[in-house]
Design a protein around this ligand. Structure first.
Ligand SMILES: C[S@@+](CC[C@H](N)C(=O)[O-])C[C@H]1O[C@@H](n2cnc3c(N)ncnc32)[C@H](O)[C@@H]1O
Length: 440
C-alpha cells in the first residue's frame, strides 16, 4: 500500500485491476474531451463513435483515459489517468487512497465540494427528464438545487461496511472489483468509527459493519464471508476496550432522541435525518386531524416527527418490514397515541389490503423506499388514494425518476423537489419530492 502511494505521488499511473485486463478495448489508452456528468459518478466522452464513461474526470477537461471495462457494445468504462486540461473545480484529493485504480468508495474526491453539489443537481434533473418524462424547462426541474449539509465534506460517515481480505486486513473494495484495498484510515468516516475497524486485524471475517451514535458509542459488527453477523461489540466514547455487547443506538433528529437497532436503518450523515425531517414536514404540512401513511418507515422517523401536527384527532400509520426496526419504532412512538406501527411488506397486494384496512384514504403519504424505489405498481396504487400530498424521499434519482413517471401518469404532478448532499465525495444524493394531484 505504502509503495503504491509513493509511486502515485511521483505521477506514475496505477496498474489496471487484474480482472479487467484483456478483451476489446480494455487496457487501451487514448485522449478524450470530457462531456456532461452522468448518473453513476462519471462523465460521458466519445471515442471512435463509442460512449466512454470516464471516472476521475470533470466536464470540459481534456484527459488521457485508460479503459477499465469493455463488456457492452454501446459503451465502455474508463479512468482518467492523466489530466491534460484541468477544469477549474478540480482539486487535490484529500484522501490518499482515492484515484484511478485505487479505493472505489468515493467518486468525487477530485472535485471542489460546491461543484459536487452542482454535478449532483445536474444528475437529478437529467433523471427527472429522461426517466421521469418531465420537461427540462419545467420550473421545478430547472430550479432544482442540491444543498450541502453542515459539517463539511470529510468525517461525515457515521455508518460503514468495511471489507476484510484473506489475511484479515480491513479496507474497501476497488471500483467494480472484489479486490480489497487495505486502508489505515477512511477520511470520510467519523474518526473513532474508522479507527475502531481500520487500526486492527479481523482474521477470518468477511466484512465489518461500524456505526457511531449521537452519544459517541461505536458499535462494530463482525460479519462472516456470507455477510452473516457473527458478533458485535460497543465501544463507549473514550474507552479502548468493548464495554458491552451491541444493542440499540441513540440517534438525534427533529429535536428528540430515537432508538435504532444496531444494524437497522438510519441516515449515514449525522445531519441528514434532521434535514430530511424538516423537508418532509415542510412538504407534508400536516394539519390537525389528518391521517398520514408513512411507508418504509424504519424506526418511525418521519411518522413520529409528523404525528404532533396531526394531533390527538389525527392518525399516523407507519409501515415497515423489518421486525427489529418495528420494535424500535414501537418504542420511539410509544408516547404518541395517534401513531401505530404495522409490520408488513409494501408491495402491490399487501398495500391494497392495507389501504382497505385503513378504512379511509390517507391525507398525506410519505414514502422512503430502498434504492430500487417503490416501483410502478405501488406508485399507481398510492396515486389512486388521491392523497393531497405525497412526499417521496429518494436515495436514487433514477428510482425517483421512474416512480415520478408512474405518479404523473396516474394524475399527479411534481410540485417541488429538494436535493441534499447527504453523501459528500460520492455520487450519491438524497432527494425529497412533493407530488400533488395534478388539478391542484
Ligand atoms: C431508506 S430506509 C427508510 C427508513 C426511514 N424512513 C428513515 O428515514 O429512517 C427504507 C426502509 O424500508 C424498509 N423496507 C424495505 N423494503 C420494504 C418493503 N417492501 N416494505 C416495507 N418496508 C421495507 C427497510 O427495512 C428500511 O427500514
Amino acid at each position: 500500500m505504502a509503495e503504491r502511494r509513493r509511486a502515485d505521488r511521483r505521477g506514475r499511473r496505477p496498474a489496471p485491476p487484474r480482472e479487467d485486463r484483456g478483451g476489446g478495448w480494455t487496457g487501451r489508452e487514448f485522449e478524450v474531451e470530457v462531456g456532461a456528468v452522468a448518473h453513476g459518478g462519471h462523465c460521458v466522452a466519445r471515442h471512435e463513435g463509442r460512449v466512454v464513461f470516464v471516472r476521475h474526470s470533470l466536464p470540459g477537461e481534456r484527459v488521457v483515459v485508460r479503459v477499465t471495462e469493455d463488456r457492452h457494445p454501446g459503451f465502455c468504462r474508463a479512468d482518467a489517468v492523466e489530466v491534460l486540461t484541468a477544469a477549474p473545480a478540480r482539486v487535490e484529493r484529500p484522501c490518499p487512497y482515492s484515484g484511478p485504480g485505487k479505493c472505489g468508495g468515493c467518486d468525487w474526491q477530485h472535485v471542489d465540494p460546491a461543484e459536487q453539489h452542482r454535478l449532483k443537481a445536474t444528475v437529478v434533473r437529467e433523471q427527472l427528464v429522461r426517466l421521469g418524462t418531465l420537461d427540462a424547462g419545467d420550473p421545478v426541474v430547472a430550479g432544482l438545487a442540491v444543498e450541502p449539509l453542515p459539517g463539511g465534506a470529510l468525517r461525515w460517515r457515521s455508518r460503514a461496511r468495511f471489507a476484510v481480505d484473506r489475511t484479515g486486513a480491513p479496507g474497501l473494495r476497488r471500483h467494480r472489483s472484489h479486490d480489497v484495498v487495505v486502508l489505515d484510515d477512511c477520511p470520510i468516516t467519523v474518526e473513532p468509527a474508522a479507527a475502531a475497524v481500520l487500526r486492527r486485524s479481523w482474521p477470518g471475517a468477511g466484512a465489518v459493519d461500524v456505526s457511531i451514535d449521537s452519544t459517541g458509542a461505536v458499535t462494530t459488527t463482525r460479519l462472516d464471508r456470507r455477510g452473516r453477523p457473527q458478533s458485535a461489540a460497543v465501544l463507549q466514547a473514550g474507552e479502548e476496550l468493548p464495554a458491552a455487547p451491541a444493542g440499540r443506538a441513540e440517534r438525534r433528529a427533529g429535536g428528540r432522541d430515537w432508538e435504532v437497532e444496531g444494524t437497522g436503518f438510519w441516515q449515514v450523515h449525522p445531519a441528514a435525518a434532521d434535514a430530511l425531517v424538516a423537508a418532509v414536514a415542510e412538504f407534508a404540512a400536516v394539519r390537525p386531524a389528518e391521517s398520514v401513511l408513512d411507508l418504509y418507515a424504519g424506526v418511525g422517523l418521519f411518522g413520529g416527527a409528523l404525528a404532533p401536527a396531526a394531533g390527538g384527532q389525527g392518525r399516523v400509520v407507519c409501515v415497515e418490514s423489518d421486525p427489529a426496526a418495528c420494535a424500535a419504532a414501537d418504542a420511539n412512538l410509544a408516547h404518541l397515541p395517534q401513531a401505530e406501527v404495522w409490520q408488513g411488506e409494501v408491495e402491490a397486494d399487501g398495500l391494497t389490503e392495507l389501504l382497505a384496512e385503513l378504512g379511509s384514504a390517507p391525507d398525506v403519504v410519505v414514502l422512503d423506499p430502498p434504492r430500487a424505489g417503490a416501483g410502478p405498481a405501488v406508485s399507481r396504487l398510492l396515486a389512486g388514494t388521491g392523497a393531497r400530498a405525497v412526499v417521496y424521499v429518494a436515495c436514487d434519482p433514477a428510482a425517483l425518476g421512474r416512480d415520478v413517471a408512474a405518479f404523473t401518469g396516474a394524475g399527479y404532478r411534481l410540485a417541488a423537489v429538494r436535493g441534499f448532499d447527504a453523501f459528500p465525495m460520492t455520487q450519491h444524493v438524497e432527494c425529497v419530492a412533493l407530488l400533488v394531484p395534478a388539478g391542484r
